[in-house]
Design a protein around this ligand. Structure first.
Ligand code: UD1
Length: 362
């Protein structure tokens, strides 16, 4: 059996790692990694392969940046050509980025079996490109590996057959649990003040000059009270430059380049509170019991709110600032880890694939 993993963007790589590793341990089958090239900067891509000890991608389509149509079309064209040569039996796609949908679409037409890792998450907001990627990928997948029980309910409500759905837990937490002891403490960045860690890259926050300006003003206000570190995503940096916002004038906010996994984990471990619009960071803070303020109108990861430490505050920056500042003096927080976020999700996925080899090959 020939298995291909299709990945392309930063949040894919920490999901790939535990699945790759578990398949390597449980099966003797050939595994191939195809990188679409959606993310291409070293610190958005290569560094993760090095840190996880993953093999370098066997194929890279180098599709680069572009509009959604342009990006998705190039992924489809590139993958179709490649799969015509490689004849894979099973493709694994991860999360909700354009590479996920592109990979799934190609396979559905070529009658190649599709496994979707992190299936079933829904924000119920179809203005988000990721929601469209999630919905469509799930409709055409054969194996839907879900991270939480809400995801199972969403899939059943959409008419997906029960036997395709496998509640395996959260693969990102596999990676987090395993690599937490190796986190690099960036001592030179820290001081005795409580740390507020910021990551923002969603178009709704960073593509609108007014919104981005208000967010930066809020960060400046917070930085008068405590330490603020902001590893800046390339999309966000591009917008800051385009809108001619002067980062040098905000001397108390520590703007840094995007970090590798182990350095980011080092900061995360020390954070008193995280301000973000990322999906994965909502989960990581829940697992670590760190308060998380999410600047989005909704979340596809409701379990981080109901069981975890996440507060979804939309565009209410006044409230966000208030909640963040409240955390500075708080010492502890109630924490509950969602079911099956136990570091074994990758192993469960590999076991299901192993059990189904005959169905996959035929
Ligand atoms: C993509 C995903 C998003 C995910 C995010 C994580 C989709 C639809 N979006 O958004 O779900 O949360 O990745 O990072 O798939 N750029 C670089 N270097 C890179 C990559 C991007 O400079 O290595 C810049 C380019 O200016 C590019 C912009 O970032 O135009 C946006 O990149 P893109 O891949 O289009 O989307 P993301 O915003 O990263």
């Amino acid at each position: 059996m020939k298995i291909i993993h299709v990945v392309g963007a930063r949040p894919n790589f920490m999901k790939l790692y535990p699945v790759w590793k578990a398949l390597d341990q449980q099966l003797s089958e050939t595994q191939i990694i195809v990188h679409t090239g959606q993310h291409y900067d070293d610190n958005m891509s290569d560094i993760f392969f090095d840190e996880f000890g993953l093999p370098k991608p066997h194929h890279n389509l180098d599709i680069g940046s572009g509009s959604h149509g342009d990006q998705t079309a190039k992924i489809i064209q590139g993958l179709e050509k490649l799969f015509e040569q490689l004849h894979p039996h099973l493709i694994l796609v991860y999360g909700d980025v354009n590479s996920t949908l592109g990979g799934a679409l190609v396979c559905s037409k070529m009658l190649i079996k599709i496994a979707h890792v992190e299936a079933g998450l829904r924000s119920f907001d179809r203005t988000m490109p990721e929601e469209i990627n999630r919905l469509l990928t799930d409709q055409i997948s054969d194996y839907l590996f879900t991270p939480s029980e809400d995801a199972n309910r969403n899939l059943i409500n959409e008419g997906i057959a029960q036997e395709k759905i496998h509640f395996v837990g959260n693969v990102m937490i596999d990676t987090l649990k395993e690599l937490l002891p190796m986190a690099k403490s960036p001592a030179q960045l820290l001081d005795e003040r409580p740390l507020i860690l910021v990551t923002l890259h969603r178009p709704s926050n960073v593509d609108d000059p007014l919104m981005l300006k208000e967010i930066l003003n809020m960060l400046q206000e917070i930085s008068k009270e405590t330490k603020v570190i902001f590893p800046v995503h390339p999309r966000t940096q591009r917008r800051i430059n385009e809108f001619r916002f002067d980062q040098n004038k905000m001397e108390k906010v520590e703007f840094i380049k995007p970090l590798g996994y182990l350095e980011f984990l080092g900061l995360l471990k020390h954070a008193r509170c995280v301000l973000t619009d990322s999906g994965g960071i909502q989960e990581e803070t829940t697992y670590l019991g760190i308060p998380c303020v999410t600047l989005r109108k909704n979340t596809e990861r409701p379990v981080t709110v109901t069981l975890g430490t996440n507060q979804v505050l939309g565009e209410d920056l006044i409230k966000a600032k208030q909640v963040v500042l409240e955390q500075i003096n708080k010492k502890s927080i109630d924490k509950q880890i969602p079911p099956l976020w136990d570091g074994k999700a990758g192993q469960r996925i590999a076991a299901i694939i192993r059990k189904n080899i005959d169905n996959i090959i035929n």
